[in-house]
Design a binder for this molecule. Structure first.
Ligand code: ZN
Length: 236
């Protein structure tokens, strides 16, 4: 899903008034698995790559593939949940506060990568590393129109708006309403970024397709969160 939906869902599940540390742990966990994509976008663009080059090529190259593997490993988060839950259940309460924060963080990250596991096709990752490099290509993609992406996107935006409203009502403060409004505005931003990433080619429109034709065998795909879901022509 879009990063903002992960954040909204994470906040809805883990954030409660009066528990700031727990809420922050949930938000960081919801955000972390997508940070490789954001870092890649910033670093590669600063080094002069066009939007389509970043998502069609750099995305499949080290060091980004290594970072993807580390930040999107389901076993890693499962292990962290199990470990922190064990600490939480042990007698004595010296480190319970820390264990609770880690449980929330790891559970939120696990929820994120679990959702991603079910919603990626061409850009699916090997999420069971280090045990296996098996990749599950879901029949539903959260962005790809060839795999129900447009229908799912409508559902996701509706879900995001509903969850944002729930969080706003739960907290009832101007700050929280402003934060969730900003996140929901992110849907317009994601769509606009997708349009721009297809239109800002240094070599002019179609340059990515030309690069693709000259490329040896790299699979074209657009990862979350900066997708170009409305440009089905851009990843033919
Ligand atoms: Zn993700």
């Amino acid at each position: 899903m879009f990063t903002q939906t992960h954040l909204l869902v994470g906040a809805a599940i883990f954030a409660r008034p009066g528990h700031l540390a727990v809420a922050l742990a949930g938000l960081v966990g919801a955000l972390l698995p997508d940070t490789d994509v954001w870092a890649m976008f910033v670093v590669e663009r600063l080094q002069g790559a066009s939007g389509c080059e970043v998502f069609h090529y750099r995305y499949w190259e080290p060091p980004w593939t290594t970072l993807q593997m580390l930040l999107n490993s389901i076993p890693a988060y499962l292990g962290l949940v199990a470990l922190s839950l064990t600490c939480l259940l042990l007698p004595g309460d010296r480190s319970r506060g820390v264990a609770l924060i880690v449980v929330v963080f790891a559970s939120s990250a696990l929820l994120h990568v679990g959702i991603d596991f079910l919603l990626h096709h061409d850009d699916a990752r090997a999420q069971w590393m280090p045990f296996t490099d098996w990749i599950f290509r879901s029949p539903v993609s959260y962005w790809d129109p060839r795999h129900h992406g447009q229908i799912f996107m409508l559902f996701e935006i509706g879900l995001g708006l509903a969850v944002a409203t729930l969080i706003g009502l739960r907290f009832g403060t101007k700050r929280v309403w402003a934060a969730v409004t900003l996140l929901t505005l992110g849907y317009a931003g994601s769509i606009a970024a997708g349009q721009m990433s297809g239109g800002d080619h240094i070599r002019g429109p179609g340059s990515c397709e030309i690069l693709e034709r000259n490329s040896l065998s790299r699979p074209p795909a657009i990862p979350d969160p900066l997708n170009i879901a409305l440009r089905s022509d851009a990843h033919a």
